[in-house]
Design a binder for this molecule. Structure first.
Ligand SMILES: Cc1ncc(COP(=O)(O)O)c(C=O)c1O
Length: 386
């Protein structure tokens, strides 16, 4: 194929819909003053873009008040705001062995710096956690449960609704990392008992890089991570208490958020269920083809079971970076390889030494692209070529 076959949507979606680029160009011309800092029309129009994006995101995630969503630069920033703004010395946190370093590193930092306790619930090779074991690990000082909605290595989908119920029954706060689900798997913070939801704008929501958000339940008084100008209560040297200003110090990425709004509108017009079904079918097709390659081991849930648009694998005797390099050089296919910022999940999948190749699809991925990857893998590693 002449053009690049991009199968790294789990890292960031690409190409972005043309509507996203158009909205960003339009915002540069018509909505790129400093929102909340002026009464003139351009500043007010800029504020309206932020408000519309916030309202669309609130509707998407079942959030009652849009002002409970703060914009961030990415998922990592939202996770740090939630983790560092909430946890205090002596708190105990329950998390899982499928977490990304964007959860694990802030947690381990707090373990060393202020003395929190952490337990990571074991996951099986399919990337599922045992809720009975999780239940047994709650302690009197367990203040927070953190898990991803979907593993970025294994593609497994965690039962966040059940984990939310369990967390609530123990009186703890539930933080969900929706990096691999926002835009492709339905999320409803109310029925799932999610107290905080960190999500990227640049992956499944199809927005540009530099966008994301954090939903913070009104029940939680989160300490802001970043303090500074908000354009509101300027006479006061304390950070405003009003939301979202409390969590949005400094000039916002308005142009990016205009793109995110267009991405969310696109997602809504396609329908989350349709997107999920499309991605699931493509990944099944990919896994069924890959499975026939001798020495290739698929990670995560078995064929036919629920999973996200991720299929990761190893090839016996091959370094995963080498596989990805050959796919790129000889076939112009972009997949991710190596360690995927989730060492405990690699431990679970027994791929600490080899790393893994990860192909991930998005709403724009076609069967033809999946078949092209299968063709390349068969030419490189199929039985005739071993
Ligand atoms: C599960 C998970 N959490 C967090 C992140 C970090 O996301 P971001 O790059 O938006 O900060 C990723 C990125 O791939 C991820 O897969």
């Amino acid at each position: 194929m002449e053009r690049l076959v991009y199968l790294d949507h789990a890292a960031t979606s690409w190409p972005k819909p043309s509507e996203v680029a158009a909205a960003m160009m339009d915002a540069l011309d018509h909505a790129a003053a400093n929102a909340g800092r002026g009464n003139y029309s351009l500043a007010l129009d800029t504020g309206r873009v932020l408000m519309r994006a916030r309202m669309q995101l609130a509707e998407l995630f079942g959030v009652t008040h849009a002002h409970d969503i703060a914009f961030t630069h990415n998922t990592t920033m939202g996770l740090n705001m939630a983790i560092q703004g909430f946890l205090r010395p002596g708190d105990h946190v329950l998390s899982t062995m499928t977490e990304h370093n964007s959860v694990r590193r802030p947690l381990e930092h707090l373990r060393k710096s202020i003395g929190i306790e952490i337990d990571y619930v074991k996951a099986d090779a399919a990337g599922q956690v045992d809720l009975h074991q999780m239940n047994r690990l709650f302690k009197t000082n367990t203040r927070m449960v953190i898990c991803n909605h979907s593993s970025n290595l294994l593609g497994s989908i965690l039962p966040v609704g059940d984990i939310g119920d369990l967390t609530k029954s123990h009186g703890a706060t539930f933080l969900v990392d929706a990096a691999q689900s926002a835009g492709s798997i339905a999320i409803d913070v109310g029925s799932m008992n999610i107290d905080m939801l960190a999500f990227p704008g640049h992956k499944g929501l199809l927005g540009p890089q530099g966008t994301g958000g954090l939903y913070i339940s009104p029940r939680i008084d989160l300490e802001p991570l970043l303090l500074g100008g908000t354009g509101s209560q300027s006479e006061n040297s304390d950070q405003p208490t009003v939301r979202p200003d409390r969590y949005e110090a400094g000039t916002q990425n308005t142009v990016g958020i205009a793109g995110l709004l267009a991405g969310v509108n696109k997602i809504k017009s396609l329908g989350i269920r349709n997107i999920h079904q499309h991605e699931w079918q493509l990944v099944q097709r990919l896994m069924e083809g890959l499975e026939r390659i001798p020495g290739l081991k698929l990670l995560g849930p078995a064929i036919g079971l629920p999973r996200s648009g991720i299929a990761a694998f190893t090839v016996e005797g091959q370094d995963s970076a080498g596989v990805a390099h050959q796919l790129d050089r000889e076939y112009h296919i972009a997949v991710r390889a190596g360690m995927h910022c989730t060492p405990l999940a690699h431990q679970t999948a027994d791929t600490m030494a080899s790393g893994a190749v990860r192909a991930s699809v998005g709403p724009s991925t076609t069967e033809e692209e999946v078949d092209y990857l299968l063709h390349a893998m068969n030419e490189l590693y199929g039985s005739k070529n071993k």
